[in-house]
Design a protein around this ligand. Sequence first.
Ligand code: HDD
Length: 664
Amino acid sequence: MSRKKDELNQRDTIDNTKEASLTTNQGLPMSEDEFSLKAGERGPTLMEDFHFREKMTHFDHERIPERIVHARGFAVHGEFEVYESLEKYTRAKFLTEPGKKTPVFTRFSTVAGNRGSMDIPRDVRGFATKFYTDEGNFDLVANNMPVFFMQDAIKFPDFVHAVKPEPHNEIPQAASAHNTFWDWVSENTESAHMVMWLMSDRALPRSLTMMEGFGVHTFRLVNAEGRSHFVKFHWKPKFGTHQVLWDEAQMINGKNIDFNRMELWQNIEKGIPAEFELGLQVIPEEDEFEMEFDILDPTKLWPEEEVPVQIVGKLTLNQNVDNYFAETEQVAFHPGHVVPGIDFTNDPLLQGRLFSYTDTQLIRLGGPNFHQIPINRPVCPFANNQRDGYNQMYIHKGKTSYHKNAINNNQPEPLAAEKGGYEHYSEKVEGRKVRARSESFTDHFSQAKLFLNSMSETERQHIYDALSFELGKCDMEIRENAIYKLLNKIDRDMTEYVADRVGVEAPPEVEESTYSKRSPALSMENTDFSLETRTVGVMLTPDVAEQTLKETKSKLEEQGLQVTFISDKIYKIGDITLDETFDTVHCVLFDSIIILKGEEKPPAPVIENLEIAYKHKKAIGYGIDSGDIFDMLSFTKNDKGVADIEQDLDDFLEAVKGHRVWNR
Ligand code: HDD
């Protein structure tokens, strides 16, 4: 195991690759592990067989409850480094010591599906990072969308009940396209902004390395002088923010349910890290009421054009786990895991989360000692008077387990704030006890409209199509409700389009939001584009020369592309053995497709794959002898994003880098 993972340790590992005798859990070596103990070879199994009973009992208890939400996840180790000291904002050491590498563990997840569901449903993605700092663990429990479905955590169980599979028949899995979800969002219109995000391309990430992350809530940074700033956390991906098409997502989920996680795993195994930059939006405390919305409202984002994102550090994810269960499944995140210099605000969604996350670990990880599980342990020393409980792993020595004490010189002793002890920001609060929401939270539709206004034409069309699909899956009365109570309050054009597609009469009254601002930063088309990690499936006939294959591969790889050769079966051409066949892969699993043909007739799937790649707006390249293939296709060599890779390689690369040929 490498050093970084060891640093994270006090991790108890068992190296199963080493020679060892097979023993029971009591250390008793066993001479036999294939046959249970019986009275006679054909006789009954004996109760006395402790080895059988122990093995079977352990097996019967192997599963723990999956997370109530975010059950399907995939996690990676890495490190974080701040570029310049942020001491003017915070005293958090990991944000004030440039050059210091803080170990991290990041878990990406979908939200609604179970642990075995697919990687690309239409869903929000979790993006949770545990920073193992010298001052304790800090968890940034983020999503790939900057707002949320509700303003108060007390509504979270209702929302989750609505979006999860319907209770009577457990259908559908990992999807929002059903009655209870649309019923809830139509009756709880504070969700309007988030619904626009969920219907957008953001819900279908091409890669876990090609999505943004957002801390959603307004947090607080507090510096050594005790001055506080409001902050929103962002993750900006090096490779830009990109999507797959809905039609493509549905095919990918069938062809490779592990599409996103497998890509990340394989890239890290190849030595290609995932990289994100940490961004901060900062508002000084005295400007709390300067925005046109309440900055404590988690259904509102701060437009980047108004509050610029300051890029402050880098997250590099570069090591796969050794064991999925021990690390990815047992990791326990909590927005309440903070370090000195980071504090909360009164966002009522955040306040409720501060209760929920510990509570869920108690049942999921079997008791109050889940912080002792290796992946959850701080790397700095930790000591207090908490004792005993299920799964206690430590032997605490000494007589005292209470504060204050004289017997043990009052150890462990609280550490003064000046010396690094955590001190809560002394915000002044006053008020009556009420079950109510601030007036300043009542505008549900302006930012839903802001989001729509900021989309490119393609992105906007995708939202219309997603709504038509989703509502098309609902009963008529649910469709009507969603159109009248939700969509019609956001945008008339969208309402009329969707109503027409799903067979509902558009509402007679135009009630759309008149909000007219745009925020270009919200369009994925304004993020970064890169050839790095982009994939190309090269389909070929076996009579293509070895030299051509070698040259094609090397010139594409030089550009950062990942090349896979595909044919109707595995051939050896010279010393090249082809990678895949049409039985094992499909064009939906690649960003771009190249056809290299000799004299032989191409196998039938070539035509189908080219047609689908074209429909999915992918770059298509062809070799010098492949021109006649276009006689069999519904598009031509001259179409946009179709290029001869011998003559016009740059055109092909440009199309791949552009992610998709939207104007085709
Ligand atoms: Fe949550 C898991 C993100 C609101 C209650 N949440 C969970 C995970 C992420 C988020 C990324 C997965 C962590 C992991 O990989 O283990 N959740 C968010 C964001 C929210 C949010 C960005 C809104 C800003 N969550 C939210 C609310 C509640 C919860 C309002 C309850 C009041 N979330 C949970 C949970 C989970 C969880 C039930 C399930 C598993 C876990 O915590 O460890 O407690």
